[in-house]
Every structure is written in C-alpha cells, then in structure tokens.
Design a protein around this ligand. Structure first.
Ligand code: ADP
Ligand code: MG
Length: 321
C-alpha cells in the first residue's frame, strides 16, 4: 500500500497582535506523518494542540510556513489546488456553520459538482446527488429542505454527502462527532466506516478524545502543542502507551480499558495547554509532565522510531516503559 498523504516537517505559524506587539503563534511546529490509501489515521490531542491547523493546512485553507505536503505522490504544498479539490475534502465539528442556511440540501450537496463539473448534464448531477444522499442514510424528500430543518446528526450526514459527491480519495474529519450525543456519534462513525469500505477512502480523523478514534483508526497520532508526541497502530497505542502524554490522555477516558486500568498508573493532567506564543523550552510537554527532569527543559526530544512504525518523542520513555 502506498501513502495517499505524506506530511513532512509541516510548520504553520500565525502572526498575531497582542497589546501592541507582534507575536508568532507556532500552532504546528514540525509535524510528520502519513496516511495510507484506504486507512484511517486518528489525530488526537487536547484543544489548542494544533490538530485543526494541521487539517486546514493539508487542504490549504491555511498557508504553511515550512515542510511538505505530498498527496498521491504529488507535492501540493504550494501548487494550484484545483485538480485536487475533488479528491480531498474536510468536514467540520459544527456542520451548521459550514452549511449555507439559505441553500437547499440539493444545492448544498450538489455544489461541488456544479463548481468542478459544470458541463455535467443536470439529470446525471441530480442522480449523483440522490445516490450520495442515500449513502449517508437520507432520501429524496430531504433534498428540498434547508439546514435548520435537520438535527445535528443529519446535518453532519449532509456535510459528509457534500464532501463525497465528487470522486473522493481522502477526507479530513475534524471532530465530526464531538458535538453529537453518544448514540448519534456511533451511528456517524459506523457510517464513515461503511463508506470507507465501499469506496476505499482514507480518513484523517481528528478528535480531542482518544476513546472516539479508537474504533475507527488503524493508526493514531498524538499531538501536543504543535508537535507529535507518539504515534503507533491503534491496537498497540491503547495497550502500551509509552509517552506520558498519551498515558495521561488514556487515563482521562471515563471507562478505561480494564487491562490498561490494572497495569498502568493513573496520570492526571494539571492545568491547560500552554500558549503556543511562548511554548516551554525543550520538550513542550515538560511543564505538565509528572516525569520531567532537567534534560527535558534543555533539549527537545527527537522522534524515535522504536520499531514497527511506533514513534515516541520523550527523553524518559525507556525508563517508564
Ligand atoms: N488563524 C489563526 N490565527 C492565530 N492563531 C490561530 C489561528 N488558528 C489557530 N490559531 C491558534 O493555533 C493553536 C492551535 O489551534 P487549533 O489548530 O485550532 O487547535 P486544535 O484543533 O487542536 O484545538 C491555538 O493556540 C489557536 O489559538
Ligand atoms: Mg480543532
């Protein structure tokens, strides 16, 4: 299997004005990972860690300041995105703000086709839109309605139908179920998994909670304050988390896996993610890490591949393992 997406040393910095001074926000500061064709990679970390910025940079809603984005073997870091828009899309946590309230569902779902294939006969376009609606569990009666007439889960279905109406290879799902009830979350996740199987889609599935991505992800990337802390296959990551940050995120899951609960100490994260304007020296996690020592303040730990694609960036993980 070859990668549909490769991200190499991606950097996204924003300039902000604060009390009359210019500051640099290092939202993403050297992130590398890949997504293989047809697989799901979960991207997790607390709010403010830079997850959405990574997603937005990949689809080029955000400009990157360094690194490379390779899509299906093509460097798309700075190129014209037009040929790629139909092949990669992003859906967001709050579909209400991304669905135009004045447009009917038919216009919303068909819009990417109307823009990218204006020559497509109307009949063919309408058939494709209806097909897409059925794939997400909606029907022809819904087409003439407007976004406010639907529940949160249905709106998310509509935004997924819209994202997939062109021949998609890769979808970034940015917390698509975080605002939904738990029972609806499972429905949407199962639907995404069915669509993946049918069409061989690859997903980057963003969430702030490790429990949400567990079921859907083959591999998981854990991010903190603009950096990757650990990445591994989902199965191994949940069984043997090595980075103290991953361990902390796992012990925050309300009903922990009993196997993890027995063998691992509970780690409680104190305070909030520090500001990316003024990140800690050395390891960015050290100010909240229960195992931090001098070396952690001095140098940034290198990302180490410890075998089987398991990556850890921590000075101490060997001692903790
Ligand atoms: N357009 C922007 N201008 C300035 N700062 C931004 C912008 N977008 C995001 N940020 C900052 O970048 C950091 C990462 O944000 P984000 O990627 O949204 O995190 P997450 O999705 O993990 O919650 C946050 O500190 C956020 O305030
Ligand atoms: Mg976000």
């Amino acid at each position: 299997m070859s990668a549909i997406l490769e991200v190499e040393d991606l950097k996204v910095h924003f300039t902000v004005q604060k009390s009359g001074h210019k500051h640099i926000v290092k939202a993403v500061d050297g992130v590398s990972f890949f997504v293989e064709r047809g697989e799901t990679v979960g991207l997790v970390g607390e709010s403010g860690c830079g997850k959405s910025t990574v997603g937005r940079a990949i689809v080029r809603f955000n400009k990157s300041n360094g690194g490379k984005i390779i899509f299906d073997g093509n460097d798309i870091t700075t190129c014209d995105m037009k040929p790629y828009r139909s092949r990669m899309q992003m859906v967001f946590q709050d579909p209400y703000s991304s669905l135009d309230p004045r447009m009917s569902v038919n216009d919303i779902v068909g819009e990417p086709l109307d823009i990218q294939s204006p020559e497509m006969p109307r009949k063919e376009r309408d058939v494709r839109v209806l097909e897409q609606m059925r794939l997400v569990g909606m029907n022809s009666e819904h087409l003439s309605r407007f976004p406010h007439e639907f529940s949160g889960g249905q709106r998310q279905r509509i935004s997924i139908a819209r994202a997939m109406v062109t021949k998609l290879d890769f979808l970034i799902c940015d917390e698509p179920v975080s605002a939904l009830d738990v029972s609806i979350q499972a429905q949407i996740i199962n639907m995404l998994m069915d669509l993946q199987e049918k069409f061989g889609l690859a997903y980057l599935f963003i969430a702030h909670d490790l429990s949400v991505v567990r079921h859907i992800s083959r591999r998981v990337v854990v991010m903190y304050l603009g950096h990757i802390m650990e990445s591994n296959t989902a199965e191994d990551l949940y069984e043997h988390p090595l980075h103290p940050y991953t361990q902390a995120l796992l012990s925050a899951i309300p009903v922990p896996d009993p196997r993890i609960g027995r063998t691992k100490q509970r780690v409680v994260l104190k305070g909030d993610v520090p500001s990316p304007i003024n990140p800690p020296s050395g390891c960015v996690f050290r100010t909240r890490c229960p195992h931090a020592s001098e070396v952690c303040a001095e140098t940034m730990p290198q990302q180490e591949d410890i075998g089987g694609g398991h990556i850890v960036a921590c000075h101490k993980f060997r001692a903790l393992a």
